[in-house]
Design a protein around this ligand. Structure first.
Ligand SMILES: *[C@@H]1O[C@H](CO)[C@@H](O)[C@H](O)[C@H]1NC(C)=O
Ligand SMILES: *[C@@H]1O[C@H](CO)[C@@H](O)[C@H](O)[C@H]1NC(C)=O
Ligand SMILES: *[C@@H]1O[C@H](CO)[C@@H](O)[C@H](O)[C@H]1NC(C)=O
Ligand SMILES: *[C@@H]1O[C@H](CO)[C@@H](O)[C@H](O)[C@H]1NC(C)=O
Ligand SMILES: *[C@@H]1O[C@H](CO)[C@@H](O)[C@H](O)[C@H]1NC(C)=O
Ligand SMILES: *[C@@H]1O[C@H](CO)[C@@H](O)[C@H](O)[C@H]1NC(C)=O
Ligand SMILES: *[C@@H]1O[C@H](CO)[C@@H](O)[C@H](O)[C@H]1NC(C)=O
Ligand SMILES: *[C@@H]1O[C@H](CO)[C@@H](O)[C@H](O)[C@H]1NC(C)=O
Length: 500
């Protein structure tokens, strides 16, 4: 198991040191934090080469074509994963080539719905990072049909899996993440938002060719964290090509993103405000941050006072799990010989280690049809081979506006115990859009309890919090998360009374 090596901290600014130092104490397990912080660091450094201009599919070149996928589907059928309890739904895993010349291929895992698979929609789930795996988090720790036990080799069922509501597709993207690879290794140095969206789009076209029965199915895209970029960018690319072709190449209906990176300056401001309002940093530190810092990634100047104040905040939140501020930390990363009693509703903070062990097992890789080319690096939850990220717009708000104007369903949710992309950040980012409220703030209910709060804006943009959930909402509040996705896919608002 590789440990995350701390890079030089030379050109750091702002929030960055916070997560680096947190990280060195935590090892790779929470490397989603490191990936996001590394990108912010690159974006706000004075000599930044990260392209922060708006994303627009008209600038993308989609070179690859749809290739015949005959009989590949049955080859991808997963009979049974090692250590898996019996199930009734079908699962598939394998590679889709996204660039033949370069030899670039994305790994996918697909769990068909537990019932009514012919009528339920198709839902794609993406994790963020950038560079983190949707298999590591989404499939194996959040909304997938199984979780890994503490022995690192047996699985147990997730009875709140999202394939009770949809046919759920997970893809590891871009190349260099998890089992996804390129035979042209220089590709690993060319990643960014645009490349990810382009390849994801080509992936999707070819995947639908392999699974043609889903071609006209209602299609939704979901994701969390930095997928706040991936999801809208892929959605926009789909819309662009549908419009250009004057037909629904993909029958795209909506997006749902959680604790999502949306707009850099409001995201960062909201993070510090959350720290202060949750008694993690002092009023004085927040006052200095508000006075001296400019969180815009388009700003080239950060003062020494700002850096000093952010360092104070770093030190204060150093020793907690900023992704779920009330959660216990993993205190023993070893696997156990006999599996500990496992629970879906009480997330084990050491799960990262169980998943790492499981997905690196040769028998598991064989059953998944993964790593068929014998890659020279191990499977990691967040990529070690991707070193640079070339482009990342400072905001994705123009894309959200486009969806609302085109009748695409947009839901934005927020686990309210996440401190990294917290509920304050999301509210500030939505407020920036200056949309009129059509249904005012009110609690939503599940089994007679308040599941969270919600507010609906013009264009039907729905904002919903999930009470008591950290950054990985389906890990910490699986019942509420399943209810949320069911209402989203069902096209109804969240229940606004305990009697519904
Ligand atoms: C920016 O400058 C820092 C130190 O001055 C250096 O470590 C870093 O590699 C530079 N970044 C780029 C993208 O040139
Ligand atoms: C993308 O660019 C086209 C052509 O310049 C423009 O009409 C469109 O509004 C842009 N879309 C977004 C979402 O910015
Ligand atoms: C990458 O190279 C290996 C070994 O030559 C080959 O088997 C594989 O099909 C290639 N991958 C792609 C996507 O072309
Ligand atoms: C932050 O920097 C941006 C870009 O340089 C600038 O437009 C903006 O006015 C600044 N904000 C504040 C509050 O100074
Ligand atoms: C960690 O767990 C392993 C496996 O259960 C056990 O053998 C080891 O003694 C534990 N280490 C500590 C420091 O508790
Ligand atoms: C792929 O397989 C090789 C050889 O068994 C192994 O060394 C490597 O860690 C694996 N890599 C991934 C990404 O699974
Ligand atoms: C918003 O929802 C209402 C009620 O369900 C519906 O009548 C309206 O068409 C929707 N608007 C958009 C832009 O989807
Ligand atoms: C609650 O839902 C009912 C119907 O389900 C609707 O008529 C009412 O306006 C809603 N109230 C609020 C505050 O959303």
């Amino acid at each position: 198991m590789k440990r995350i090596t701390m890079e030089n901290k030379i050109s750091f600014i702002l929030l960055i040191t916070l997560f680096l130092s947190y990280f060195s104490a935590q090892s790779y397990g929470k490397s989603q934090i490191e990936a996001l912080s590394r990108l912010y660091k690159a974006k706000i450094s004075k000599n930044s080469t990260v392209d922060r201009s708006h994303f627009n599919a008209s600038d993308l070149y989609i070179g690859a074509k749809v290739e015949p996928q005959n009989e590949m589907k049955e080859k991808d059928r997963i009979e049974k994963l090692p250590g898996q309890p019996p199930v009734r739904f079908k699962q598939y895993g394998g590679y889709i080539t996204v660039d033949q010349k370069a030899g670039r291929a994305f790994y996918y895992y697909f769990a068909e719905a537990q019932h009514s698979k012919e009528s339920l929609p198709l839902l794609l789930w993406l994790n963020g990072g950038p560079g983190c795996s949707s298999l590591a988090y989404g499939a194996m720790q959040e909304l997938g049909p199984f979780r890994v036990k503490s022995d690192g080799k047996t699985l147990f069922k997730n009875k709140f899996a999202w394939n009770y509501a949809a046919n759920v597709l997970f893809v590891e993207s871009p190349a260099g993440v998890g089992f996804s690879y390129s035979n042209t290794t220089s590709d690993y140095g060319k990643n960014g938002d645009r490349k990810t969206a382009t390849d994801n789009y080509v992936f999707l076209l070819n995947w639908l060719e392999r699974f043609p029965e889903y071609k006209n199915r209602d299609f939704y895209i979901s994701g969390e964290s930095y997928a706040g970029h991936y999801v809208p960018q892929l959605a926009h690319t789909i819309l662009y090509h549908n419009k250009k072709a004057h037909k629904n190449i993909i029958n795209f209906k909506g997006i749902i993103i959680g604790n999502a990176v949306i707009n850099d300056d409001t995201d960062t401001k909201g993070m510090y405000d959350y720290f202060e309002s949750h008694a993690l940093i002092s009023d004085g530190t927040l006052n200095k941050i508000q006075k001296y810092c400019n969180f815009s990634t388009d700003s080239s100047q950060e003062s020494d006072e700002c850096i000093g104040a952010s360092n104070e905040a770093d030190t204060d939140v150093n020793s907690i799990d900023i992704y779920n501020i009330y959660a216990p930390l993993c205190s023993n990363t070893s696997l156990t010989d006999k599996p500990k009693k496992a629970s879906i509703v009480n997330m084990d903070p050491c799960s990262d280690y169980y998943v790492y062990a499981y997905l690196n097992r040769p028998d598991v890789q064989e059953a998944l049809h993964a790593n068929v080319t014998k890659l020279d690096h191990d499977w990691e939850p967040c990529s070690d081979v991707i070193k640079v990220w070339g482009d990342s717009p400072s905001t994705i708000i123009p894309l959200i506006r486009e969806f609302l104007a085109n009748g695409i369903r947009v839901w934005i949710f927020s686990g309210d115990t996440d401190g990294r992309v917290p509920v304050t950040s999301t509210k500030y980012s939505i407020n920036k859009m200056k949309l009129a409220v059509t249904t005012k703030w009110h609690p939503w209910f599940l089994s007679g309890e308040v599941g969270g709060y919600t507010q609906v804006y013009e264009g039907n943009l729905t904002f919903a919090t999930v009470r008591g959930a950290g950054h990985q909402v389906p890990s910490y509040q699986p019942v509420r998360a399943l209810s949320l996705i069911m209402h989203f896919l069902g096209g109804t608002g969240l229940p606004n009374s305990s009697r519904q």
